[in-house]
Design a protein around this ligand. Structure first.
Ligand code: GLN
Length: 271
């Protein structure tokens, strides 16, 4: 009879990915695999592993196979309806939470929430905050709503494009967004995990600044005086985003580097 070791032998996947798939198939912790890798294995489990391995080899992101990805210390459920949360987006959440520190009952808006990772992490990191999140995709909002419920986060989700989802929600202390910022035709869209993610979450179909521009131009109508707007953007967009913010009346502009040292989050204060 097969066991974990014999089935894994000759697997072309990196060891870590093999282990993640086994953990998922057998619903066991990593330590179990090491101690039990020669235990007899049900044929259905071996078949399931090989099926998932084939999907991975065809390029399907691990997060979509496992149906989840960790972000800000929370497990988020993900499906191909939503962008997979990225480590660099934690910088946006941390920047937002830093701004909220010491504010009484702040109101926060997350535009294009996708899996809800940003909105939910802000709500969990600042329980005093009222958090509203929008997305134009009902499928994404279903994922976000389920994540909020499972993680016990209080977030109001609204369907619509950017600010169009809002009605009488004026007066936000903070707006955050990780919008699609990859330019149409960028070769990055044909690589790795990105190929399997919703195009509408990745590219604006234009120069990469269209969504950022809409968000910046609409923000003043929805922010309180002295309210803040922070956005994630592409590796070469910090200067353009600062320029757009300046034109829209924002001051105290900052760009913050991600772990790779690339300016990834830019924002400012409206006054
Ligand atoms: N950071 C993502 C990537 O480069 C893009 C996310 C986005 O467009 N908001 O793959």
């Amino acid at each position: 009879m097969d066991n974990v070791r014999s089935v894994s032998q000759g697997s072309p996947l990196p060891r870590l990915e093999q282990q993640m798939l086994w953990q998922y198939v057998l619903q066991v912790p990593r330590a179990w695999l090491i101690a039990h890798d020669t235990d007899p294995l049900a044929p259905a489990a071996a078949a399931e592993f090989l099926k998932l391995q084939a999907r991975r080899l065809a390029g399907t992101p691990m997060a979509y196979i496992l149906g989840q990805r960790e972000f800000m210390g929370h497990e988020f459920q993900v499906s191909p309806a939503v962008l997979i949360p990225r480590p660099e987006t934690e910088l946006l959440v941390e920047t937002g939470l830093g701004y909220l520190k010491g504010r009484v009952a702040p109101r926060v808006l997350d535009l294009g929430t996708g899996s809800g990772a940003i909105a939910i992490s802000v709500a969990l990191g600042c329980p005093e905050a009222t958090v509203v999140a929008t997305d134009f995709s009902p499928d994404a909002l279903a994922v976000a709503g389920a994540n909020a419920q499972r993680l016990d986060a209080r977030v109001e989700f609204l369907c619509g494009s950017w600010y169009h989802a809002l009605s009488d929600h004026k007066g936000f202390d903070l707006i955050v967004s990780n919008p699609p910022y990859i330019a149409a035709g960028d070769s990055h869209l044909q690589e790795g995990d990105v190929r399997f993610e919703p195009a509408s979450a990745l590219t604006d179909g234009e120069d990469g600044l269209a969504a950022l521009r809409s968000i910046i131009q609409g923000a003043s109508q929805w922010l309180k005086p002295q309210g803040a707007l922070y956005m994630e953007h592409g590796w070469d967009q910090a200067q353009a985003v600062r320029h757009l913010l300046e034109q829209a009346g924002f001051t105290r502009l900052v760009s913050l580097p991600d772990l790779a040292g690339i300016d990834r989050v830019t924002g400012g204060i409206y006054n």
